[in-house]
Ligand binder design. Sequence first.
Ligand code: PGA
Length: 226
Amino acid sequence: MLIAANWKMYKSARETREFLAAFERPEAVDVVICPPYTSLREAVESGQAIFAQNVHWASEGAYTGEISVAMLVELGVQGAIVGHSERRQYFGETDETTARRAEAALTGGLGVIACVGETEQEREAGETEAVLRRQVGVLPRDEGLVVAYEPVWAIGTGRTATPDLAQQAHAFIKSLLDVPVLYGGSVKPDNAAELLSQPGVDGALVGGASLDVDSFTAICLAGAPS
Ligand code: PGA
């Protein structure tokens, strides 16, 4: 069971240090924290497993604002999220750039959490499986790869996929690619246990509810086998 915290553009280095000093990982779950770039060093010093929120495919070059695999490795970062829907929506990320980032990270020895998921419009048009097939289809086969199923309509909205919907999507993704699949989208302490107990749900990628140490700890505990 893997519980990942996606902090997005929240938490300075100081706030990161304070959070991680207060956080105790429940033993039975794997935890990954994904802070902003400027907090990575502090986060690594905590001894927790740390992923970045993105990574570039080139080893170096004229790519203003980007960060390479080697830069992350040198800091002791263990992986990166790629293809988050906010990157796709606001920063022009595509299936192709997501695949290139994933490939470079995995080749360079980083773990990858690759995000996939349909928009509300796509779901209503009956296109969920076609979208997932396209998004998953470009990802490299690698044992360092984890997929996060994050229906876009459930991210930061307070609307969570029903356990049934999540289970169906996870089963479909696993039929395409045999990898661990995390669920993401408004995971909270009060819905985590039910979502995490569904077959095919191997963990969670948590945004808003990961920013508070008590709520994130409660979600981690919900994923721990009783
Ligand atoms: P949320 O975000 O938990 O705030 O919905 C999840 C994510 O974007 O990874």
